[in-house]
Design a protein around this ligand. Structure first.
Ligand code: EPU
Length: 330
């Protein structure tokens, strides 16, 4: 008998065979028609055809190989703290890294410290660990939400410091479902951007997935690091709309001298809104969801901000937030 599909699953590219395979393989770790609004800090986003949470590297590799064979696209999500998902949701597989939290281990060599952590480990857990042991190098990430894998892939940072400064190597699962270790120098890093080696970009298989990172830290003074971290969190709480539904800074800073927040503020856009999407009255480079904002609302507000800043200053803003899925209003 044909399976009845609920509303959220209409339009799914997964056929019954694919759903059955996923169900048998992942049991309670797969959900069909899963609303992405439940997995993003914006609390916005339509249904994913399948939301899958692999529990081991082998399971992840098997899933990638299967999706390649079946020609089903996949997308990888870390903490969902830096993304805007379309109201139409996401077709194919959305692979969540949140159950891949092993290993988390470290080794000390004199005053140097090598930390190896899985992509699903929350960044704040690494910061807390470093503070507890008095390891220096990780404090720039204090207050950055999300998971380590996402922080590596977007070269997350604050002030002048970023993930690339502490990264030594990554372990990835390639689009062919194989493990590959990449040293720091094989990767390209830029402001909020990481690029894969050329041969990986040229590969037509699915995108590589960061599954583990080696981080190099140094021994420091615990009390000084803790004081510094406390101060950073205090500044963040004073200047940013902590607790609001948002995805962090919405636009990249065009340059150090011209931060997006100042441009948007000076263009008079603080508090501007489309539907329930609003330019935060607290910090102009944050777009917040006041309750029922849709991705379409956010995209219209984004266009208004871009146009106003362009007309006023002749500067093109570029989103820092990852915008995924197709939206008719994009
Ligand atoms: N500003 C205004 N009006 C505003 C907001 C900011 O005039 O409404 C001015 C501030 O006075 C300041 C300048 O703009 O002179 C920069 O603002 P802020 O110090 O708040 O830093 P930011 O450049 O907006 C960056 C990162 C944040 C990070 C902070 C602290 C980007 C796009 N954002 O913000 O990262 O937390 O520095 O280090 O680089 C994120 O990436 O999601 C994020 C939150």
């Amino acid at each position: 008998m044909a399976k009845k599909r609920d509303q959220a699953r209409i339009g799914s590219i997964l056929d019954d065979d694919a759903e059955q395979w996923l169900q048998a393989e992942f049991k309670d770790a797969v959900r069909f028609g899963e609303p992405m609004s439940a997995h993003t800090s914006f609390h916005i986003g339509g249904p994913a055809d399948a939301w899958v949470e692999p529990e081991s590297l082998d399971q992840l590799k098997g899933l990638v190989r299967w999706s390649r064979k079946k020609e089903i696209a996949y997308m990888v999500v870390g903490g969902g703290t830096n993304m805007l998902v379309a109201d139409e949701g996401l077709r194919g597989l959305v692979i969540s890294m949140n159950r891949l939290t092993e290993p988390l281990e470290w080794a000390q060599d004199q005053d140097r410290l090598r930390l190896t952590a899985a992509a699903g480990v929350p960044t704040r857990r690494l910061c807390a660990l470093a503070l507890r042991h008095g390891w220096r190098g990780m404090n720039f990430a204090v207050g950055i939400p999300g998971l380590l894998g996402g922080a590596v892939c977007m070269n997350a940072g604050t002030g002048g410091r970023q993930m690339a400064d502490v990264l030594d190597a990554v372990l990835v699962v390639t689009g062919r479902g194989r493990e590959r270790r990449l040293e720091r120098h094989a990767l390209g890093f830029d402001y909020r951007r990481m690029t894969w080696p050329r041969d990986m970009i040229a590969d037509t298989a699915g995108a590589p997935i960061v599954v583990r990172a080696d981080i190099e830290l140094a021994m420091g003074q615990g009390h000084r690091l803790r004081n510094q971290a406390r101060e950073m969190l205090r500044t963040r709480a004073r200047t940013q709309p902590i607790g609001d539904r948002c995805a962090g800074s919405f636009f990249k800073n065009p340059s150090r001298e011209t931060p997006a927040g100042r441009l948007i503020d000076e263009a008079g856009l603080k508090g501007a809104s489309v539907g329930d999407a609003q330019v935060s009255p607290h910090h102009a480079n944050f777009i917040i969801n006041r309750g029922r904002a849709t991705a379409a609302d956010v995209l219209r507000l984004k266009a208004l901000v871009e146009e106003t800043v362009w007309n006023r200053f002749g500067i093109r803003l570029e989103p820092e937030v990852r915008i995924v899925g197709q939206s008719q209003d994009a």
